[in-house]
Design a binder for this molecule. Structure first.
Ligand SMILES: O=c1nc[nH]c2c1ncn2[C@H]1C[C@H](O)[C@@H](COP(=O)(O)OP(=O)(O)OP(=O)(O)O)O1
Ligand SMILES: [Mg+2]
Length: 220
């Protein structure tokens, strides 16, 4: 087992995305750790120059850990549409542009699917992917990933969540992420093994992170 530095008492959530921040506040609600966001600390937004989710998560977590002197948790995530060769993928935020126009980004996904004649749920398969990196100022880091499969629906459904949530229908469900309560989308439950489980890519990655941090089960 690797020896990791402690998590608290303060942890930076290294994101400038309010939707993600709210989800991490919920995911970490049970933990005795004070959360501060990159925005609250006035940290600069590093350029996401990586070619993978994991690289970008590491860039964001390390930048925040070094700038703050605190452990920092970053998330790099996106929507990968099979018929579009995985696009928008790591460019999911960039497709929405500087004005964060996700209505426009969802339309672009739909237009590209139409152009390819993708009409059946099978032809419209997609996955949400999240890479998390927990980095310490010492240079140590922990990397995990989570994903959830589903399909793109049109028109968008629901006002909850953020980003591409209204067009993502997770496999085995009849409501989009935009129609789901936060408990349903990313709530974490502890299974009989003491392992964290959840539906969303972020909740699943979080479960992996907890398993790596606390192999004996959640701290209490
Ligand atoms: O659960 C999700 N529900 C809907 N959309 C989502 C989700 N998870 C990622 N996404 C989409 C939108 C987001 O903007 C982009 C991630 O881009 P990504 O660079 O990781 O995040 P970001 O720029 O919004 O914030 P930051 O880099 O400060 O953490 O993928
Ligand atoms: Mg970003």
């Amino acid at each position: 087992m690797i020896e990791l530095p402690p998590l608290g008492p303060r942890l930076v959530i290294a994101t400038h995305n309010a939707g993600k921040l709210a989800e991490f506040r919920e995911l970490l609600a049970a933990f005795p750790v004070e959360l501060v966001s990159a925005g609250e600390l006035g940290l600069a937004e590093p350029e996401e120059t990586g070619t993978t989710y994991a690289e970008n998560a590491r860039i964001k977590a390390e930048a925040a850990a070094i700038a703050s002197g605190l452990p920092a948790l970053a998330d790099d995530s996106g929507l990968a549409v099979e018929a579009l060769w995985g696009a928008p993928g790591i460019f999911s935020a960039r497709w929405a542009g500087p004005d964060k126009d996700f209505a426009g980004a969802m339309e672009r996904v739909e237009e590209d699917l139409q152009d390819r004649g993708a009409v059946t749920p099978d032809q419209r398969r997609a996955a949400f992917v999240a890479a998390l990196c927990l980095a310490w100022p010492s240079g140590e880091g922990l990397d995990v990933e989570g994903a959830v499969r589903g399909a793109i629906v049109w028109p968008p459904r629901g006002q909850l969540g953020f980003g591409y949530d209204p067009v993502f229908l997770p496999e085995g469900h009849h409501r989009t992420f935009g129609e789901m309560s936060s408990e349903e989308k990313h709530g974490v439950e502890w299974d009989w093994d003491g392992r964290a489980t959840g539906l969303s890519h972020r909740a699943r990655a979080f479960g992996e992170l907890m398993a790596a941090l606390f192999p004996e089960g959640p701290p209490r």
